[in-house]
Write a new protein. Structure first.
Lengths: 69, 146
């Protein structure tokens, strides 16, 4: 899964149609009104593991996903 | 909250993450180069959180208190997200004042500002000529798809 997920070449990823599959799937994948998926992530500041669910236990959470590029 | 995912346009400076340490280091660069002050959470190498939320390269989700998804966006526009949060927060104020409210779901088409030339420049600066060349090749493929 790591090899497929962390593609090395953006053009190959697009040529394979992987972008199309992911964009097409997004509309149906998860919806407002449903429960937010939980996951364990690493906080950059201190390296601690954080459960996503801890972020919305007291108040709303805005999650922006992204990378350097 | 910023969730750091796989590198959307791998290149010379930040190639595809091979180890989790690579990913942590790249997230650190992101924080320093962009001067991000909000907390950055790094997803695992397999992209568990990224994939759980739909794998888009720059999506924004808002989760209401208690864990219900209240906002879903394929791309990120800070202006639009802020406007939503303000409206959402206002709603909570009304509820406190004794007004009865019921939730309903909408689907909306939003717009975000796009500056393609600036994107090319930044991509080349940040991750080298190859990452830009690959993006241009992707554009040709998209155009052929029609």
């Amino acid at each position: 899964m790591t090899d497929t997920y962390n593609y090395e070449h953006f053009d190959a990823y697009v040529r394979d149609g992987a972008d199309q599959a992911e964009f097409a799937g997004f509309a149906d994948h998860l919806h407002v009104g449903e429960a937010a998926p939980d996951a364990a992530l690493t906080r950059l500041d201190d390296g601690e593991q954080v459960a996503l669910s801890s972020l919305w236990s007291d108040s709303y959470a805005v999650l922006e996903f992204g990378s350097f590029t | 909250m910023f969730v750091y995912t796989r590198e959307a346009h791998p290149g010379a400076h930040v190639p595809a993450h091979a180890t989790f340490d690579d990913k942590l280091a790249a997230a650190g660069q992101l924080r320093d180069v962009f001067g991000i002050s909000r907390p950055i959470l790094v997803d695992d190498l397999d992209g568990t959180a990224h994939r759980a939320y739909g794998s888009m390269p720059n999506m924004t989700w808002v989760v209401g208190r208690g864990g219900r998804l209240v906002y879903k966006a394929e791309w990120t526009s800070a202006t639009n997200v802020e406007a939503f949060v303000d409206r959402h927060t206002d709603t909570r104020g009304e509820r406190t004042a004794g007004v009865t409210l019921a939730p309903y779901v909408t689907e909306q088409l939003e717009h975000r500002e796009v500056d393609r030339q600036a994107f090319y420049r930044h991509l080349e600066q940040r991750n080298g000529p190859r990452s830009l060349a690959e993006f241009r090749e992707a554009e040709r493929i998209w155009s052929d798809r029609g």
